[in-house]
Design a protein around this ligand. Structure first.
Ligand code: TPP
Ligand code: SF4
Length: 285
C-alpha cells in the first residue's frame, strides 16, 4: 500500500493558488492510499491543459496525451493490460471539445476506464477562452460579447452515450470526491466523474462561493438505476439546484470483459514469438 509520501515527486504543483486542481490532486492521492493503487496496478493518462500537469505531481506510471486524445491512449492501455486500473484526467475542453468524439464512443463501448473531468468551464492553460461547458452568455477572451452557444452537460452526455457509472463531484469537498473516485474505479465499465472545479484566475462566474451556494448532494431516496430520471436530473442547473453524487449506475458487461482475446490473460502476457505471415498472405491472395 503506498503512503502519501510514496506518491510525492520532486515537482511542486504550479497551479494558481486556490485552483480546484489542488483538491482533485489531493482526492486522487487519498483514494490511491486507501485502495493501494500504485505503479504495480494503476496508470494515469492526462490530456493537455492545466489539469494535465497532475501527472507531474503524483508518482505513478503516467502518460500525457495530445490535446483531446487522453481517452484513446487510455483505451489502448486497458486493452493491452486489462488488469490495470486506468484513470483519465481530462479537462472540459480536452474531453468535450477536441476529444468529444472519443468521449462519446468510449461511453458507448463501456470501456472499463475511470474518467475524471476537471470541469472549470474554461480553457485554463491557454489563458481563459470559452469552453463547451461555459454557460450561455459567458464573457471571456474568445466571447467578449457573451457566449452564443449553449453548454454541454457532461453528465447528460455521458448518460446518453451509454456510460454505466455517471457522477458529479465538487473539487473542494475532498472526502466526498475521494469516495466518488473509489466508487467509480470499483465499477466495472465506463465511469465518469464530472468534477466542478473553480479556475480562480479566469472564470469569475463558477467560483468556490458559487458552488458552495448552489450545489447539494442527491439523497438516499434518489434511485440511480433509473436512466430516464437520471437524464432529467442531469439537465437541472438552476440556482441552488445543482446536484452532486452518483446520477446513474447500471451493470452491463464492459468492453474488455467481452473480448475473447482477453478471456484467458492480458495481451501483454502473450509471448512475442516470431509469427510466420506467409501462409496468411497466401490464404488471402
Ligand atoms: C490539437 C490542439 N489544439 C489546441 C491546443 C491548444 N490548447 C492547449 S490546452 C487547451 C485547452 C485546455 O482547456 P481544458 O482542456 O479545459 O483544460 P484546463 O487547462 O482548463 O485544465 C488548448 C485549446 C493544443 N495544444 N492542441
Ligand atoms: S489558470 Fe485556472 S485552471 Fe489553470 S492553474 Fe490557474 S486557476 Fe487553475
Amino acid at each position: 500500500m503506498p503512503t502519501l509520501a510514496d506518491l510525492s515527486t520532486p515537482c511542486s504543483p504550479n497551479w494558481c493558488p486556490g485552483c480546484g486542481d489542488f483538491a482533485i490532486w489531493a482526492a486522487l492521492k487519498n483514494a490511491m492510499v486507501r485502495q493501494g493503487w500504485d505503479n504495480t496496478n494503476s496508470v494515469l493518462v492526462a490530456g493537455i491543459g492545466c489539469h494535465g500537469h497532475i501527472i507531474n505531481f503524483i508518482k505513478l506510471t503516467s502518460f500525457e496525451g495530445l490535446h483531446g486524445r487522453a481517452i484513446p491512449v487510455a483505451t489502448g492501455i486497458k486493452l493491452a493490460n486489462h488488469r490495470l486500473n486506468v484513470f483519465v484526467s481530462t479537462g472540459d475542453g480536452d474531453c468535450l471539445a477536441e476529444g468529444g468524439n472519443h468521449f462519446v464512443h468510449a461511453c458507448r463501448r463501456n470501456h472499463d476506464l475511470t474518467i475524471l473531468i476537471h470541469d472549470n468551464a474554461i480553457y485554463g492553460l491557454t489563458t481563459g477562452q470559452t469552453s463547451p461547458t461555459s454557460p450561455h452568455g459567458f464573457h471571456s477572451k474568445s466571447t467578449p460579447a457573451g457566449n452564443i452557444d449553449e453548454p454541454i452537460s457532461p453528465v447528460t452526455l455521458a448518460i446518453a452515450s451509454g456510460a454505466t457509472f455517471v457522477a458529479r463531484g465538487y473539487a473542494s469537498d475532498i472526502p466526498k470526491l475521494t469516495e466518488l473516485i473509489i466508487q467509480a474505479n470499483d465499477h466495472q465499465g465506463l465511469s465518469v466523474v464530472d468534477i466542478l472545479q473553480p479556475c480562480v484566475t479566469f472564470n469569475k462566474d463558477y467560483t468556490h462561493e458559487f458552488f458552495q451556494k448552489n450545489t447539494y448532494y442527491l439523497g438516499n431516496n434518489y434511485d440511480r438505476t433509473n436512466r430516464e430520471a437520471a437524464f432529467k436530473k442531469s439537465l437541472e442547473w438552476d440556482a441552488q439546484k445543482i446536484a452532486l453524487g452518483i446520477f446513474y449506475e447500471s451493470n452491463k458487461p464492459s468492453y474488455e470483459s467481452q473480448l475473447p482475446q482477453l478471456a484467458e490473460k492480458p495481451l501483454i502476457e502473450n509471448p512475442l514469438a516470431r509469427i510466420e505471415m506467409n501462409d496468411l498472405f497466401k490464404h488471402f491472395s
